[in-house]
Structures are given as structure tokens and as C-alpha cells.
Design a protein around this ligand. Structure first.
Ligand code: NAD
Length: 242
């Protein structure tokens, strides 16, 4: 029996990278998964014959878009047990060269998107005693110059997650946070090969991580095996920020 047998999960930003690995692994572990991404063109696209993994277009920064996602999960799968707020953007730049628009863009997708997602699923999760995993970053553990708007938004995700964990615990809803380090996805590649190679040399484990290595931690956190874990933060960085 899979780790997530009988669970219904929503994973945002599942078009590629870490979110795609999470959606795939959850499905392999027996969950019914609604994978959403702004890149997905169709409103609802069935991608396997058993309909256990669905993909739909979704902009996490739009509250109306969240209503549709929740409606589809409930009407197609009957309930929601799990939300993984994974979608994010990262644009490189310092305080000096990022504009107000850059900051607002990071706020809208990374912070507001996480906030709207939590709000949208709370009524459903209260019924199933479900759980949320929010995706922060090691950029929210200490100063990370060069990703000004991104780092600020990821600190905000940490803060919101802690408050939500305490506020939602009486409803039986768990909220945890993952903080990936350098993971081999398009987002990391956008930093440029030189920056990636420099960081890699600093990682005690001697290599960058894979999306699957993050997905495995998240799968544990959303499973019943983590039933007494809430308000916790899991750094997945090969020891980089130790
Ligand atoms: N890759 C890393 O090294 C790293 C490190 C720390 C944290 N993270 C975090 O992990 C998560 C996944 O990152 P990734 O590396 O897979 O990134 P990625 O850029 O490869 O994938 C992000 C996905 O989010 C989607 N997305 C962007 N804006 C959206 C929106 N408004 N609505 C819905 N979907 C949207 C994109 O289309 C994309 O498919 C992010 O929260 C990121 O901040 C990644």
C-alpha cells in the first residue's frame, strides 16, 4: 500500500521541477493528484487513463483561480487532504537594481499565492483533518544577496506558515515548511552555470540536490506518518546552511 493511498492532493507549480516531482511521487504513492501550473494550457487535462493525476491551468496569485481549483478537486476527487504550495518565481537582482514591480511580482506569486492557497483549502482540510506544506527556501535562513525580492517573499512564507500552523492546529490541520537548498531545476539553472558551480563547491554533500529528493521529504510530511509534526521547518540542502 502506498504512503498516500486514499489521499487527495493539490500541488501548485507542478509543470516542471520540484512540483512535477511531487505530483509524480504522490501519484505513485497512491494519492489522487490535482497538479496545477500557470504553464498548463487547458483548464482540465486528463493525463492518465485512471484519472488519478489531473493537470489544470492555475495562477496562484488569483483568488478566483483558487476557487476553481478547489471546486474541481472536490467535484472530481470528492475531498481535499493535502495542499502543497510550491509555485514560485525567482528573478535575480539586488536592492539597487530590482524595481517596485519586481518586488510586487515576487510578493504576488510567492507570498500572496501561498496565502490564497491556504485560505482556499481550509474549509476542506478542516473536514478531512488534512495538511499543508509551504515551500520556502534556504534564502530565508540568512542574507542571500542578489535575490532581493525572492528572499523577502520566502521569509514571508516562513512567517505565514508558523502562524498558520498554530491557528489551524485546533482544526486538526497541520502546516509545515520545506526550505530547499540548491536543487537541479530551471529556477536554479537561471542563476547561471558559474553561480551554480560556485555554490556546488560549498555544499558539504558535494553536489546539488534533485527535485525527487525534495519530493520525498514532502511526501513524508503530508503522510499520516508525520501526524504529530506541525509548525516545523525542513531544510533540504545537503548541509549547505549548517
Ligand atoms: N530549485 C532550487 O534550487 C530551489 C531552492 C529553494 C527553493 N526552491 C523553491 O521550490 C519551489 C519549486 O521551485 P523549482 O526550482 O521547481 O522552480 P521552477 O521555476 O522550475 O518551477 C516553478 C513552477 O512554478 C510555476 N509558476 C510560476 N508562477 C506561477 C503562478 N503565478 N501560478 C502557478 N504556477 C506558477 C512555473 O510555471 C513553474 O512550472 C519554489 O517555491 C522555489 O522557490 C527552489
Amino acid at each position: 500500500m502506498g504512503l498516500l493511498e486514499g489521499k487527495v492532493a493539490i500541488v501548485t507549480g507542478a509543470g516542471r521541477g520540484i512540483g512535477a516531482a511531487e505530483a509524480r511521487l504522490f501519484s505513485e504513492e497512491g494519492a489522487l493528484v490535482l497538479a496545477t501550473d500557470i504553464q498548463f494550457r487547458s483548464n482540465l487535462q486528463e493525463i492518465d487513463t485512471a484519472s488519478s493525476l489531473l493537470m489544470m491551468h492555475h495562477d496562484v496569485s488569483e483568488s478566483e483561480s483558487w476557487k476553481i481549483v478547489v471546486d474541481i478537486a472536490c467535484s472530481h476527487f470528492g475531498k481535499i487532504d493535502i495542499l502543497v504550495n510550491n509555485a514560485a518565481i525567482a528573478r535575480y537582482g539586488t536592492l539597487f537594481d530590482q524595481s517596485q514591480q519586481d518586488l510586487e511580482n515576487h510578493f504576488r506569486v510567492n507570498q500572496l499565492g501561498t496565502f490564497l492557497g491556504m485560505k482556499a483549502v481550509v474549509p476542506s482540510l478542516a473536514k478531512t483533518k488534512g495538511c499543508i506544506v509551504n515551500t520556502s527556501s534556504i534564502a530565508a535562513l540568512r542574507a542571500t544577496p542578489g535575490v532581493f525580492g525572492y528572499a523577502g517573499s520566502k521569509w514571508a512564507v516562513r512567517g505565514m506558515s508558523k502562524n498558520a500552523a498554530v491557528e489551524l492546529a485546533p482544526l486538526g490541520i497541520r502546516v509545515n515548511t520545506v526550505l530547499p537548498g540548491m536543487i537541479d531545476t530551471q529556477m536554479m539553472r537561471d542563476a547561471g552555470e558559474e553561480a551554480a558551480a560556485q555554490y556546488e563547491q560549498l555544499v558539504p554533500c558535494g553536489r546539488i540536490g534533485t527535485p525527487e529528493e525534495v519530493a520525498r521529504v514532502v511526501a513524508f510530511l503530508v503522510s499520516d506518518r508525520a501526524s504529530y509534526i506541525t509548525g516545523a521547518e525542513f531544510k533540504i540542502d545537503g548541509g549547505l546552511y549548517t
